[in-house]
Design a protein. Structure first.
Length: 506
């Protein structure tokens, strides 16, 4: 099928009434949760993940994707109005967004953010549509050895680039892989790490783990830090008239949109980077190329447009390795792969040929979702502002209730609710000791796939480990993995040495 036929097939799927409805629900809920400070896409998808068990695969993925990029749109609202980032990728938006709000230009900041997000999203979708078939074509030559080493590389990259200690990231990856081995051995049927408990025979549930690690732990952490102050006057005074930008705002914004879309698309497609790094890099680039860099940090519209454009472009291109190779570039993409597996779908290079309706329907739904978001965000800014005034002591119990209902509804098992509570406590302890949760989730999702491909590779190589290194593509992946692992550990020890030196001097 040529590109135009694929696009026509995708639009036919995406524009069915049921898919448009759930795309709307997804982007609305994503924006709603994205506006709430600190929750983010990962916690949002974790909390709403159980809903997709009762939907058709294409509809379920369209809804989850809508939640994902919807949070990127909504995350900027709290950053601009309250100086509190709604998501991690919206941290940079605070630097110039909040000063604009203090100057009485909150409406302009919100409007330009919505336009930049739409532009970045559209640019990312074009890149996704053009490059996914090309990557899938090359990936068809991959065997078990190549897939095994590529997944190992993805896990090492994700743990090495994550915030904080790379050693802690690697430890969490290993813990995630160990947790994934709980249950029945897929080949021999032997119970592993079940401790005689029948509830563990099917393994730990992905939704329970995700909701606990990211949903419950976020609530516990937020209860300790959030207060119940109302939104400031700059937030309450946003009107539809104040959303209209000036000619100077538009003139200053269109080139940053173009540059940031390119930067975001590049970083989004790389495993382990994602929208947060893309937003920081795009902001730094705009400040460097600006003729008046002193304006940044004091309410420059480019400082708002650039990071928001970049993170939305990155959100779209993050689907390139996920759909084309079956390798999640981030923890959120790992949840997307988990949702596909729940519905019996195995993402990878054969997905385009075996399930073109699902693949292109999902890609084309991104167009629908971005159009819905631009329609939703501007008229409903008043609603989002009012949402920020809801006291947290009323908001958090409702979130916990929905998490518990969602966990129970997957298998109608009280054990899953207890699992959520257990992982919630684990997630909070990990936050205290600065252990990142995202690598654990990546290890949990990719663990069974790594085991499966490694076993196949060993069968084909008759148990010879060197056969993996001797194959050209897998050998290159092994070398890159070793170099990246060595660099990350060296960086960790170097930082530890610097801290000890500073402590001794003080």
């Amino acid at each position: 099928m040529d590109m135009f036929s694929n696009i026509a097939l995708g639009l036919e799927t995406a524009l069915t009434p049921i898919n448009v409805l759930y795309c709307f629900i997804g982007v609305f809920l994503g924006t709603f949760i994205g506006v709430l400070p600190g929750i983010g896409a990962l916690a949002a998808i974790s909390m709403l993940f159980p809903i997709t068990y009762h939907l058709e695969p294409t509809t379920a993925l369209i809804m989850l994707a809508g939640i994902y990029y919807g949070t990127a749109y909504g995350g900027s609202t709290a950053s601009i109005l309250l100086n509190i980032p709604g998501t991690s990728s919206s941290v940079v938006t605070c630097l110039d967004g909040y000063p604009m709000a203090q100057q009485g230009r909150a409406g302009v900041a919100l409007a330009m953010t919505a336009l930049g997000s739409f532009f970045g999203g559209v640019f990312g979708i074009l890149v996704l549509s053009l490059f996914s078939p090309l990557i899938s074509g090359y990936a068809l030559s991959f065997g078990p050895a190549e897939y095994f080493t590529l997944m190992v590389l993805g896990l090492i990259a994700a743990s090495a680039i994550t915030e904080g200690s790379a050693a802690k990231g690697l430890a969490m990856v290993v813990l995630g892989i160990l947790l994934a081995t709980v249950g029945m051995d897929p080949q021999s049927g032997t119970p592993r790490f079940t401790f005689g408990t029948l509830d563990l025979m099917d393994g730990l549930g992905l939704s329970a783990l995700a909701m606990g690690l990211f949903g419950i732990s976020e609530v516990i952490s937020s209860i300790r830090t959030k207060n119940d102050e109302a939104a400031p006057a700059s937030a309450r005074s946003v009107t539809m008239r104040s959303l209209i930008p000036s000619r100077d705002d538009i003139r200053r914004s269109w080139m940053p949109m173009l540059r940031s879309s390119t930067i975001g698309s590049f970083f989004g497609a790389l495993p382990g980077t994602g929208p947060s790094i893309a937003s920081f890099v795009s902001y730094a680039v705009e400040k460097r190329v600006s003729k008046t860099p002193e304006r940044f940090g004091k309410g420059a519209v480019e400082g708002v447009v650039a990071p928001e454009t970049a993170n939305n472009a990155a959100d779209q291109t993050a689907f390139i390795p996920t759909l084309s190779l079956g390798i999640p570039g981030s923890a959120t993409m790992a949840l997307m792969i988990g949702a596909m597996m729940v519905h019996g779908i195995h993402p990878g290079p054969k997905m385009m040929t075996d399930q073109p309706t699902l693949f292109w329907g999902l890609v084309m739904s991104f167009w629908v979702g971005n159009v819905l978001l631009i329609i939703l965000n501007l008229p409903l800014i008043g609603l989002w502002v009012r949402l920020l005034t809801v006291p947290y002591h009323l908001l958090f119990p409702a979130i916990v209730m929905f998490i518990a209902i969602g966990a129970y509804s997957v298998r109608y098992s009280a054990f899953d609710v207890l699992t959520v509570a257990g992982f919630g406590a684990l997630g909070y302890v990990m936050r205290i000791f600065a252990f990142p949760a995202a690598p654990l989730l990546l290890g949990f999702v990719l663990g069974p796939l790594i085991e499966q491909h490694f076993r196949r590779a060993m069968v084909l190589a008759r148990g010879d480990l060197m056969a993996i290194v001797e194959r050209p593509i897998s050998g290159v992946f092994v070398v890159i993995s070793v170099l990246l692992l060595g660099w990350s550990l060296w960086s960790t020890f170097r930082e530890a040495g610097k801290r000890k030196l500073l402590e001794s001097e003080n």
